[in-house]
Design a protein around this ligand. Structure first.
Ligand code: THU
Length: 137
């Protein structure tokens, strides 16, 4: 059993994401998603998916959590956990990956979950060669 601080922290974030998932507003898909994140300052924020009858206005759990952090003045997200009720991992959608790349370093962690427990990816693995401010110079 891995009882490293890192591992315990990741499990706690997964738990927090499951709690956030309870508030998902999903009358259209029925697919509940929760996210929980830690910032470089030690801040904690969470979010859930919030759907809309105009489907394109839906916001994913990851973006809800990231925007909650940014709205509180945070700019550097250290790691984020994302969960659903699926036995498989719930990989962040492309838009969420792009939003994460604005506030997360390439080696920041994205913690997903499958039936065997947490699985950790670096942002650069999920969004290689991403577009960013550096590309507008
Ligand atoms: N969804 C998320 O919240 N995060 C993801 O990573 C994938 C998709 C939501 C959006 C929508 O409410 C539902 O899942 C189905 O796409």
């Amino acid at each position: 059993m891995d009882i490293s601080y890192e591992n315990i922290e990741n499990k706690k974030l997964i738990e927090a994401a499951h709690e956030a998932k309870e508030n998902a507003y999903v009358p259209y898909s029925g697919f509940h998603v929760g996210a929980a994140l830690l910032t470089d300052n030690g801040g904690f924020f969470d979010g859930c998916n919030i759907e809309n009858s105009s489907y394109g206005a839906t916001v994913c759990a990851e973006r809800a959590a990231v925007f909650a952090a940014v709205a509180r003045g945070e700019r550097h997200i250290r790691k984020i956990a994302v969960v659903s009720d699926s036995k498989r991992e719930t990989p962040p959608c492309g838009i969420c990956r792009q939003v994460m790349s604005e506030f997360m370093a390439p080696d920041a962690e994205i913690i997903l979950e499958n039936e065997n427990g947490p699985v950790v990816y670096k942002l650069s693995e999920l969004l290689p060669n991403s577009f960013g401010a550096k590309d507008m110079k």
